[in-house]
Design a protein around this ligand. Structure first.
Ligand code: GTP
Length: 276
């Protein structure tokens, strides 16, 4: 998605107006990068709304770090649940937590003689898995992936066994003025890598891996010891994977692509790039 200020304003306006129609907001983030995959304005936009943060793609993230994030958001007064939208892991916990968070609303509806059903909207930045989650919640393919932001559509409500869900997610923009955010989004595949230098991305990934996941790095690429120079580590990965160009030099571009692909697909292990 190409974001322009006009898009952002329109998307924000749309979300604010839809927010009035729902009881609770599900903010989907990528569990591997819960800071970089959040929208800078959402805390403000959702200030007066019941909300759950859904740490999606938890299957790819480091479980211990994900627990720290759940604690972190809890301390901020926001309930967070780890999920895997593909398998449906965590969906029951979403339901249970929603009932707790919205207890007052549900009680009030019941007192008024209304059906104690909640209305829910899903929001998040591109690629965090909003559409996959919607499809899982409703049990059929409904939400389109890759929708354009800020394009107003007719509202549709989908009845799930537990609540009514707005069928189109709110697409939010990330904090792209922060360079580190750009790196995190590119590493997780949320933005196209053509925008950033792939070798630079690999070097940044190696820096994080060295600090927290040196054992994964060593065992996957049969590296004996972790050295200071990240570019040398990248070259060693290239050698181990036979990424060589004529003259026996290492093809560091190829090595970078392999490393990043193996991180993204989880082959390298369950890795969190950000921690509280
Ligand atoms: P936009 O339409 O760009 O806003 O993206 P989205 O937020 O709707 O994300 P989408 O559902 O299209 O998912 C993006 C990619 O992440 C897809 O390749 C999904 O298969 C993958 N994905 C979604 N949820 C999970 C998850 O829990 N685990 C893993 N491993 N992959 C996931």
């Amino acid at each position: 998605i190409q974001w322009y200020p006009g898009h952002m304003a329109k998307s924000k306006k749309e979300i604010i107006s839809n927010l009035k129609l729902v009881d609770v907001l599900y903010e989907v983030v990528d569990a591997r990068i819960p800071v970089s995959s959040r929208n800078p304005d959402i805390d403000d936009i959702a200030k007066n709304k019941k909300r759950l943060i859904l740490l999606n793609k938890a299957d790819l993230a480091d479980d211990e770090v994900t627990s720290l994030w759940i604690q972190y958001f809890k301390q901020k007064g926001i309930a967070a649940v780890k999920i895997n939208s593909i398998t449906g892991m965590g969906i029951k916990e979403i339901m249970d937590t929603t009932k707790q968070v919205c207890k007052e609303i549900l009680d009030k509806k019941q007192q008024k003689g209304m059906m104690p059903r909640l209305r829910v909207m899903i929001v998040g930045v591109p690629n965090v898995g909003k559409s996959t989650l919607i499809n899982k919640l409703i049990g059929s393919k409904r939400a389109k992936t890759g929708d354009k932001p800020g394009v107003t559509r007719a509202l549709h409500w989908i009845k799930t066994p537990n609540f009514d869900l707005l069928d189109t997610p709110g697409i939010l923009w990330p904090k792209f003025d922060d360079e580190k955010v750009g790196v995190m989004l590119a590493l997780t595949g949320a933005i196209k890598d053509e925008i950033l230098d792939i070798e630079e991305l690999a070097i940044q990934l190696i820096e994080i891996l060295k600090k927290y996941y040196a054992n994964y790095l060593m065992s996957r690429y049969k590296i004996d010891k972790i050295i200071e120079d990240n570019f040398e580590i990248l070259k060693e990965i290239g050698r181990k994977r036979s990424c060589l160009i004529s003259g026996g030099e290492v093809d560091t571009l190829k090595a970078s692509q392999i490393l990043i692909e193996e991180f993204r697909s989880g082959k390298l292990g369950r890795i969190s790039l950000e921690r509280p």
